[in-house]
Design a protein around this ligand. Sequence first.
Ligand SMILES: [Zn+2]
Ligand SMILES: [Zn+2]
Ligand SMILES: [Zn+2]
Length: 329
Amino acid sequence: MVTDINDTSCDVVQIVTSSGRRITANSSLLASASLVLERMLQLEKQKQRRNEESKKITGIKIRILGVPHEAVVAFVRSLQSRSMIEEDVEKYGMHLLVLSHVYQASWLKKTCEMMLANLLTTETILDVLQLSHLCDAQRLHLRCLRFLVKDFGAVEETEAWRFLQENDPWLELEILQFVDETDLKRKRQRRRRAKQQVYMELNEVMECLGHICEEGCTEVGPMDRAPAQSPCGRFETCRGIQLLIHHFASCHKKSCMRCRRMWQLLRLHSALCDQNTSCKVPLCMQFKVKAEQMQEKSEGGKWDLLVSKMKVVKVMSMLVKKMKEESTP
Ligand SMILES: [Zn+2]
Ligand SMILES: [Zn+2]
Ligand SMILES: [Zn+2]
């Protein structure tokens, strides 16, 4: 209920609505919540003082027109109580947004935007989007666009979308652009994640290669060590590398994809390895010497990029491991 102040103090204001009905409200509360109402009430009070001087006692009266009486009741109630009832937003949310925008009730506008955003449906989304644009409600506008991206298929099927296509091509263009850009961004993110995954897997391969050559695993290991009795923690990857090493040692083909892959892994290991003569990975030293000779006429391009990315992944992976070790008691 609207606060009904049945006294004759100057804090009482009568609000006339479209239907000609009146709402009694507290002018101080209204003025503190809305800049426009504050100004309107000031002017009305000045007018009243002039009337009093000329002995015409009238009382303060303002008009809030253009929206249903009940919406004004909800607006005044929200301004006075500085809170908003969900039922009011469900029934008069759009009116409340317009009123809070027009009467510059910033707190109410913000709350209204938030609550309307939680009530969006495929049926109402386009109306709310248009209104948020007209009322310069940027938070709500963004929420509407995000909703559209998520449910665009369903919105496209609505009568409201067909109406918008026929009557507001600019808004249609804005929506389509936003949907497209978001889609593109998601695809880029997915691609970036997939690439990152490849680097992580390659890093695991590098670690397995080091582990096989340093400690040995079930099938391949240093000459001075017996094969491990049980599989290591990353046996799935490790076994693949061991099979590749077996193949590499026994293959005599001139051109072989698997051998080429092994060469690349050994070369990559060498580029990332910071040990000197102590490294037990085959050809590590030879590749290092060759890389030094080639330094001046660096290949640049994809290989260097791969090495620099792998260096970052290696450091990150070591840091993550260290953090995990430190966090386990
Ligand atoms: Zn292993
Ligand atoms: Zn081969
Ligand atoms: Zn090495």
